[in-house]
Ligand binder design. Sequence first.
Ligand code: PRP
Length: 179
Amino acid sequence: MHSDCERILFSEEQIRARVAEVASEVDKRYVGKTPLCVGILKGGIIFYSDFIRHLTSPVELDFMAVSSYGGGAVSSGKLKIRKDLDKDVKGRDVIIIEDIIDSGFTLANLKRLLLERGANSVLIVTLLNKKGRRSYDISPDFNCFDIENEFVIGYGLDYNERYRSLPYIGVLKRSVYEK
Ligand code: PRP
């Protein structure tokens, strides 16, 4: 375990098993369809690449980068798009694949945006859900793990851009971000 990690929340094996389980459930919804898998950079990227490899339907891949400046409970800000999709979502069945839902600001706005652009359907799949932190009326359609309000790192998740490549999900030591 990394020395900045207080403890491991989910091991590589636990993540692998749960991602496969959730992906196979999602897969059943897309028989005969070609969903557009939208990954949200950067945190969601490791989950995304593992998740899509369990889908048996043909898929198309695309990515967005958005800001979460408005992610606080009192925010009424608009979602800031730093990198937009290449594809037109009109008429498409979209699967948004995201690492974490916290306040819900990002996913509530993203879902609304993609529906406004004419997506036929938008399904939200998350790796982690901080249920207790929700300020916006949105829930993932599928989620791998519920977590408490802890500072999590690894498997795509960062602190100041570090730790994304850890293969497990861990809790960051307070001493790292409080110093
Ligand atoms: C994280 C995460 C979501 C958002 C969730 O992104 O990937 O996009 O925050 O928070 P919310 O539910 O309160 O909107 P972050 O800004 O950390 O960017 P990153 O994915 O590039 O690390």
